[in-house]
Design a binder for this molecule. Structure first.
Ligand SMILES: [Zn+2]
Length: 131
């Protein structure tokens, strides 16, 4: 019996978005542009169906769960980023992370570098999800 379990198969995209929302919007949804709490939901992202979109009633700008975070604007699913963060916390090497997540080594390295920059910035300003 093969006991090698892929952590990726145990994790859903929906659960990862729940985690991000629970942390990022712990005190309610806030517009990243003008900091207004007056926002409305504007459906889900077309390609990432778990990604909630919002519109600010103050400045009328649109944003979503990942706007202004280190997870924004990448082709990898959110769960790959969240798992990458998790594996980094276990002190896995880029090579091990790449293997666990089925990435090539360059992608894994680029991701861990971005996450480290995001995490370091957290100390001077926002939570891990922002900056
Ligand atoms: Zn606004």
């Amino acid at each position: 019996m093969n006991l090698l379990i892929s952590i990726s198969s145990l994790t859903s995209e929906a659960a990862c978005f729940e985690q991000v929302r629970a942390r990022r919007w712990a005190d309610g949804v806030v517009c990243p542009h003008c900091k207004s709490h007056e926002t409305i939901r504007r459906g889900k992202d077309d390609t990432q169906t778990e990604r909630q979109r919002y519109q600010c009633k103050g400045c009328e700008k649109r944003f979503d769960d990942l706007t202004g975070t280190v997870f924004e604007g990448h082709h990898q699913p959110l769960k790959v980023w969240v798992l990458c963060l998790y594996l980094m916390s276990l002190n896995l090497s880029n090579q091990q992370i790449a293997r666990e997540l089925g990435l090539n080594k360059d992608d894994a390295q680029a991701m861990t570098e971005q996450l480290r920059q995001g995490i370091e910035k957290k100390n001077t300003c926002k939570p891990v999800w922002e900056c």
